[in-house]
Write a protein of this length. Structure first.
Length: 175
């Protein structure tokens, strides 16, 4: 991991940075954000450690604070889920996914396909539920009863793919 500013915004022109979040958000709200978006079970300990270590000055500083708060339990670095939650919050990724899921069926012609790859169970859940709703409404046919996931060879060649889940629907009534 290289050290750098704690920003994480997709667009540098708008919105709050991750540094703003970790340095100014109340402890409980920070813990809730890390738990809900990062699905991090140690979110309370992490938020408490972040608040005590303020001001957080860089990515390495934050990673060190989180590492000291919760032990490594598997392959993931202890700060991975915290960084993911901060990135998702800064860029409103859940809101962006909701917006995409709402407009996509109207943008695709009948017979066209919507294919979405998600990397978190919370995202996959949203996609699955929206696709099921489209199926119940008669607007789409589900093409992937269960999500497609990478095999061992793909994971060995591309480790970030390990959590990818692909779901697809064919639009039966659209534009």
């Amino acid at each position: 991991m290289t050290d750098g500013p704690l920003d994480m915004r997709m667009s540098q022109d708008t919105g709050m940075t991750a540094a703003d979040l970790v340095n100014y958000t109340a402890e409980k709200a920070l813990a809730d954000l890390i738990y809900q978006l990062g699905e991090e079970r140690g979110s309370r300990k992490i938020a408490r450690a972040i608040v005590r270590a303020r001001p957080i000055k860089s990515t390495l500083h934050l990673a060190d604070v989180v590492s000291r708060a919760v032990p490594r339990t598997g392959r993931l670095h202890p700060a991975t889920k915290t960084f993911m939650a901060l990135r998702m919050a800064v860029n409103d990724e859940p809101g962006e996914l909701d917006q995409l899921l709402n407009i996509a069926p109207d943008l695709v012609n009948s017979g066209g396909r919507i294919v979405i790859i998600s990397f978190m169970s919370s995202e996959d859940r949203k996609v699955k539920e929206k696709f099921k709703a489209l199926g119940r409404e008669g607007r789409a046919e589900i093409l992937t009863k269960h999500p497609l996931q990478p095999g061992d060879q793909e994971i060995s060649q591309n480790p970030p793919s390990r959590s990818a889940k692909l779901r697809a629907v064919a639009i039966t009534g659209g534009m």
